[in-house]
Design a protein around this ligand. Structure first.
Ligand code: GS8
Length: 221
């Protein structure tokens, strides 16, 4: 695949963009990274590549854009089959992986935003909801190293980017995720031992400052 051209439009802080970056790193794919300014004007390339949602991440493979992070990760796994498969071959296990990734997608980011953007009772409710989902996820990991078993895979890719926001969540919410969900944090630390993850995830303090900046732009105290 020597003459492949792979471009990733993303933002360093985006958990969705990080999924794609981790998948590319896992596969050892050489790609060009283009940073979109989350506080400025969107690039014409982004607007042309994702005219429906106008959001990052977008993967442009040989000129063809692919949108939506989990869709992109599945595409990467299908196209670059050989190295580090992200899905098991068993159809039931595959369906399970898609189920958990879908749950993560539907719930986590929205709850995180409620923790960063609210106070008092609303924030407490959001914290409770986050812990509930994290506990469900802990149940699914059980005693395995990764969600799919011994191999790092799709659900790990879907969830681990949010680990870079744990510090922000704990600081805004004044709670300890590790105290509530030690198994989940142990799993995240295990993922961080992989180069694909550690070189992609931003510094937690920088990610916290990014959230502060977003809140400021939104006029949230
Ligand atoms: C979400 C992408 C997204 O929210 C996916 O790819 O999985 N379901 C999509 N992207 C955000 C940055 S991350 O907060 C984005 O591009 N926002 C710009 C905007 O909303 O205008």
């Amino acid at each position: 695949m020597g003459d492949e051209k792979v471009v990733l439009l993303s933002s360093w802080a985006s958990p969705f963009g990080l999924r794609v970056r981790i998948a590319l790193e896992e596969k050892g794919i050489v790609f060009e990274y283009k940073e979109e300014d989350m506080f400025g004007t969107k690039s014409p390339l982004l607007l042309n590549s994702n005219p429906v949602h106008k959001k990052i991440p977008v993967l442009i493979h040989n000129g063809k854009p692919i949108c939506e992070s989990l869709n992109i990760v599945q595409y990467i796994d299908e196209v670059w089959k050989g190295k580090s498969p992200l899905f098991p071959s068993d159809s039931y296990q595959k369906a399970k992986a898609r189920f958990w990734a879908d749950l993560i997608d539907k719930k986590i980011y929205d709850i995180c935003k409620r923790i960063w953007r609210s106070k008092g009772e609303n924030q407490e409710t959001a914290k409770k909801e986050l812990i509930e989902i994290f506990k469900l996820l802990e149940g699914e990991i059980a005693d395995k190293p990764y969600f799919g078993g011994n191999d790092f895979g799709f659900v790990d890719v879907a969830l681990v980017p949010f680990y870079s926001r744990f510090y922000a969540l704990e600081t805004f919410g004044n709670f300890s995720i590790e105290a509530e969900c030690p198994k989940l944090v142990a799993w995240a630390k295990r993922c961080m031992l992989r180069e694909s993850v550690s070189k992609s995830l931003p510094d937690p303090q920088k990610a916290y400052e990014f959230v502060l900046q977003v809140n400021e732009v939104l006029g949230i105290q």
